[in-house]
Design a protein around this ligand. Structure first.
Ligand SMILES: [Zn+2]
Length: 848
């Protein structure tokens, strides 16, 4: 595919892709859209397209940001870090997500389009999953044209047009079932948007928001406006149904997202009405109240609906919802110059980054509110930190930068991008985290997919948009925000400029920028000096470096050193640039120790390691499976070492710390231990295992390794183990508080229900045994105590039952001990009959 792009239209630079004109058509991007030829195979009635609104032929200057990003199709990465990840996203993640959508989302669209019979399956918000993958695939097309993908996307666009109702409504569960739609979609269009009827949200506007974002991306990349016209018709319907009039709705959106999407649509079409509608929807908050008789598990705080948003001072509520909402508020602050919204986003940002940001850039601890923000400084390391919330935090901080032109917002964005967002996807691109905790006892692994799959599809669309975050322009100023090798084309001070960046960032802090203007021209290059290079890990006092290092920052232009005078976090180099001018930046990258504000009690007495923009962690794979017994004393020195063979090529940090081990007499010994830290984003790519970011500085905070026993040295296995759980839990020596204890690793047969199952210990050498103790897992839900169990020992090639001298018990909240006539064996098997229709599991299994 070759797409010809129009001259830069600032209007469209928001999403990072220029608004193109149709291939081979006339000048001006408002002309002749219906002449675009659609694939004949799509079997879509072109009559559906006849209501297409025409786009204006000029950019609307009043709908711009102060600063505008250089669109992603003008940035061509060839770097060592992001390019391989973006390629994996486009070649693995996007196809994986489409495959899942083929199984369980696209059928709903086909049924809604009456292309096949059947009822709606799944949850109504799942329409949005498909839209998000379409958005991601469109970004992939922008940098890597693929005719087959293009055809597939155009086919989906046509399907969406066929599903859409004549008045513009598009929500498959209600289109299939009318007002008898199942579950939270019911009972009537729009009225359950914030659970106003049943108490749980319909997500109609959430789906509409993702539809609009995907449609804008698809249109901007392909020039096919079928999907964009679907979005316009839907937005026009919302604009008709919501508003200040007596017959119009004033319901707050239940899952924020539509607001930022409408701004995108407004900027892509030049239609101010969509931006005004976004503001109207934001303005509904704090005024709309659900009927008093509606019972709901969700509070007004959960929805940030307690007060008008201009009165908001703190980040509260569901983290993803709030993050998207703050992005929309920042759009309104920037584009409409609204002082109330500007004050609100500035105040909430100070609260968020000052007291609610995890070290890896994640937000939403989940404490006290499902998937939500906790109180200030309440940052438990097992925190929730949803991948989608990391995406929202990036989207918001990018917009805060566009509003204020200050590098501190890019500092937060970069921290989130390289750490708490990137951990959301495996190096292979096909396994995902929903939560991104900073500690794991070993039972937590990425999944191939989720019942609620918002996170994988969000990764698929956000990763390929990263090039659009790298540079920005404002009048005669060029902002260099992120460091990654490649080239970029842009226009500054009416001059076409090509910028070439060479660097091995984030492994090395040396950056070379070659500036090539069409003709010699005077403009300012603003080079961001990251907070981490200025002794400020975050732009607040929430985290600080514990050492007294003063890492060097060195900048030259054509070899001549430049003074490091910072303006809003940038060094400004103002000069007449000519072809081939070279700007070099050297950021020293020593290993840094980070401490948290004392009010973050979960990090008290603990330290984390960073190098450059990367947060590090210690993983079991480098320490015989365990890290909870390790300590990072103040004097432990760590050195970076690049390991091209490891985890796709990473710089590890190597040093000596301490390990705590329990002796036979139950006292604790501490000895020196060789330690290796890996970048946090890369953890859990070598199987399940323990992981920790915040390491104890003193052994009293570490969990000593248990004294070696027959069980702890045995090799565990099972007839089946749930993907989230681990057979290593059987002999990890961690004593449960009770049978429902979910804070530690467990072995479960989930979701094998009512079956005969087993776990097994293989011993290094034969041992004589006469007692077994087992601690059952019972979460009062899908996993219950077993119906019965028995022990078998291996005798040559045969499994024989032991001769028990006490009963097999199935009691909760303690060890169930069985004694038996001594056997000498090299393997023991524990056979379990699960209760009908439920599964079961084990927290610990001891041998004596
Ligand atoms: Zn999510």
């Amino acid at each position: 595919m070759s797409v010809e792009y129009a001259e830069p239209c600032q209007l469209a630079e928001d999403v990072g892709v220029l608004l193109p004109r149709p291939v081979g058509r006339g000048e001006g991007w408002g002309e002749g859209w219906l002449g675009v030829v659609y694939p004949a195979v799509l079997a879509v009635s072109l009559a559906l397209l006849s209501s297409a609104a025409s786009l204006p032929s000029a950019c609307a200057a009043d709908q711009n940001y102060a600063v505008n990003p250089v669109p992603l199709n003008q940035v061509h990465l060839n770097d060592v870090f992001w390019k391989p990840r973006i390629d994996t996203n486009c070649r693995v993640t996007v196809p994986v997500c489409f495959k899942k959508c083929e199984e369980s989302r696209i059928p709903n669209f086909r049924r809604a389009a009456k292309l096949e019979a059947g009822s709606f399956r799944g949850e109504p918000w799942e329409d949005s999953d498909l839209y998000k993958v379409v958005e991601g695939a469109a970004y992939c097309l922008a940098t890597d044209p693929d005719p087959a993908l293009r055809k597939y996307l155009d086919g989906l666009a046509a399907l969406f047009a066929q599903v859409q109702q004549p008045d513009g409504y598009l929500y498959t569960s209600r289109i299939i079932h009318g007002d008898k739609a199942p579950g939270r979609a019911s009972p009537v269009r729009w009225l359950n948007e914030m659970g106003g009827v049943t108490g749980d949200d319909s997500h109609e506007l959430y789906c509409a928001g993702h539809l609009i974002e995907a449609a804008v991306a698809h249109y901007q990349v392909t020039t096919n406006r079928v999907f964009l016209d679907v979005a316009i018709r839907l937005a026009d319907l919302i604009n008709k149904d919501w508003g200040p009039g007596p017959d119009q709705l004033k319901i707050s959106p239940g899952h924020q997202e539509i607001e930022l999407a409408l701004v995108k649509l407004g900027r892509a079409t030049g239609e101010r009405k969509y931006i005004d509608l976004a503001k109207f929807l934001l303005d509904c908050r704090g005024h709309y109240r659900r009927p008093a008789n509606v019972k709901s598990p969700w509070s007004d705080q959960y929805y940030s609906n307690e007060m008008p948003l201009t009165n908001l001072t703190q980040a509260v509520g569901h983290a993803v919802r709030t993050g998207y909402m703050l992005s929309g508020m920042t759009d309104i602050a920037a584009i409409l110059g609204d002082p109330g919204y500007t004050k609100a986003v500035d105040t909430v940002w100070a609260d968020t980054i000052g007291s609610k940001l995890y070290l890896h850039g994640g937000i939403g601890s989940g404490v006290g509110m499902s998937e939500g923000f906790g109180n200030a400084y309440e940052l438990p390391n097992k925190g929730y930190c949803e991948t989608c919330a990391a995406v929202a935090n990036c989207l918001w901080n990018e917009r805060m930068f566009l509003l204020h032109g200050d590098a501190k917002y890019i500092d937060v964005l970069e921290r989130t991008l390289y750490n708490g967002f990137l951990s959301g996807v495996s190096l292979s691109g096909d396994h995902f985290f929903y939560e991104n905790p900073l500690v794991s006892n070993g039972g937590y692994v990425r999944s191939e997919w989720f019942g609620c799959a918002c996170c994988p599809v969000n990764v698929s669309r956000f990763l390929p948009s990263v090039p659009g975050l790298q540079y920005a322009t404002h009048a005669d100023q060029l902002y260099v925000n992120l460091f990654a090798g490649g080239t970029a084309d842009m226009s500054i001070a009416a001059t076409r400029v090509k910028l070439t960046q060479e660097t091995r960032y984030p492994w090395d802090g040396a950056v070379k920028l070659t500036v090539t203007p069409d003709k010699s021209a005077k403009f300012t290059v603003l080079v961001r000096i990251p907070g981490w290079a200025r002794n400020q890990p975050v732009p607040t006092s929430l985290y600080r470096y514990a050492d007294n290092l003063q890492p060097e920052v060195f900048l030259t232009v054509n070899g001549k050193p430049q003074p490091i005078q910072l303006q809003k976090g940038y060094v400004a180099v103002n000069r007449r640039w000519k072809k081939g001018d070279v700007l070099t930046l050297k950021l020293a990258m020593p290993v840094r120790r980070v401490m948290a504000d004392a009010r973050v009690t979960d990090d008290a007495g603990r330290m984390a390691l960073e190098r450059g923009p990367l947060v590090y962690c210690f993983e079991g794979a480098d320490h015989q499976g365990k890290v909870m017994h390790l300590t990072l004393p103040d004097d432990a020195a760590f050195e970076p070492q690049f390991r091209p063979d490891l985890l796709g090529g990473v710089t590890v940090l190597r040093g000596t710390g301490k390990a705590s081990l329990r002796r036979a007499d139950r006292s604790v010994a501490t000895e020196a231990a060789a330690l290796t830290a890996i970048p946090y984003y890369a953890w859990c790519n070598r199987g399940a295992g323990q992981m920790q970011v915040w390491m104890p500085c003193q052994p009293d905070k570490a969990t000593p390794l248990p004294f070696p026993t027959v069980a702890s040295q045995a090799k565990p296995s099972a007839s089946h183990c749930n993907g989230q759980d681990t057979v290593g839990a059987l002999n990890d020596g961690i004593v449960p508080r009770n049978s429902a204890d979910q804070s530690l690793p467990r072995m479960t047969w989930w979701m094998h229900l009512g079956t005969l199952e087993w776990v097994q210990y293989d011993l290094d050498k034969p041992a004589t045994l006469n007692t077994v103790r087992v601690y059952w897992f019972d979460d009062h839900g899908g996993c219950r105590l077993p119906k019965s169990w028995r022990l078998l020992y291996r005798d040559g090639e045969t499994w024989r039952p032991i001769e028990n001298t006490s009963d097999y018990t199935t009691k909760p909240d303690g060890y169930n001990q069985v004694t038996f006539k001594p056997v000498s064996t090299s393997a023991l098997r524990l056979e379990v009959q699960l209760r009908p229709n439920v599964s079961g599991g084990i927290l610990e299994w001891k041998l004596d």
